[in-house]
Design a protein around this ligand. Structure first.
Ligand SMILES: [Zn+2]
Length: 155
């Protein structure tokens, strides 16, 4: 596995253990060239998913890309990292079980938002503001205003 810091290919596994209730294996890796430490996850992939963007461009579904945007949205939120891992695995399983290999990026964004909305309103609003590409403060205010009645319904 290539070191994400210096590009060295010869990195070492320091520790391997099951994570997320044995759905994945978590490996702590060490790069002897730069001293960098990083983590990789090994998982069963049921099928290869392809994301179809609104432009029509296709690219392989990249779990880590989705994970990054979710983790950014959930930064400093009082949600256990394991809970977030489980949530991400749940989203991927949902995508894999849709029966289609090609999935519009819009569908993925909506599933992520739907899931976040159930777990953490702040994370949901943060993710949506990036996903919906809010251009100005007014966009954000409108979105939050629409959100309020929905939150009240759930109470
Ligand atoms: Zn390195």
């Amino acid at each position: 596995m290539r070191c994400p810091f210096c590009g060295n290919i010869d990195t070492q596994v320091k520790d391997s253990r099951p994570a997320e209730d044995h759905v994945s294996i978590r490996r702590r890796r060490f790069c002897p060239a730069c001293g960098g430490r990083f983590t990789t996850y090994e998982r069963v992939q049921l099928r290869d998913l392809v994301v179809v963007k609104s432009s029509g461009k296709r690219e392989d579904f990249d779990r880590s890309k989705m994970e990054r945007s979710i983790r950014i949205a959930m930064q400093k939120r009082p949600i256990e990292p394991e809970r977030i891992d489980q949530m991400i695995s749940g989203i991927v399983r949902r995508l894999e079980s849709m029966g289609e290999t090609d999935i519009p990026s819009k569908v993925i964004g909506e599933i992520v938002m739907e899931t976040l909305a159930r777990i953490d309103t702040v994370g949901y609003v943060r993710f949506a503001s990036v996903y919906k590409n809010f251009q100005e403060a007014g966009d954000f205010d409108r979105f939050v205003a629409e959100l309020r009645p929905k939150v009240r319904e759930d109470e």
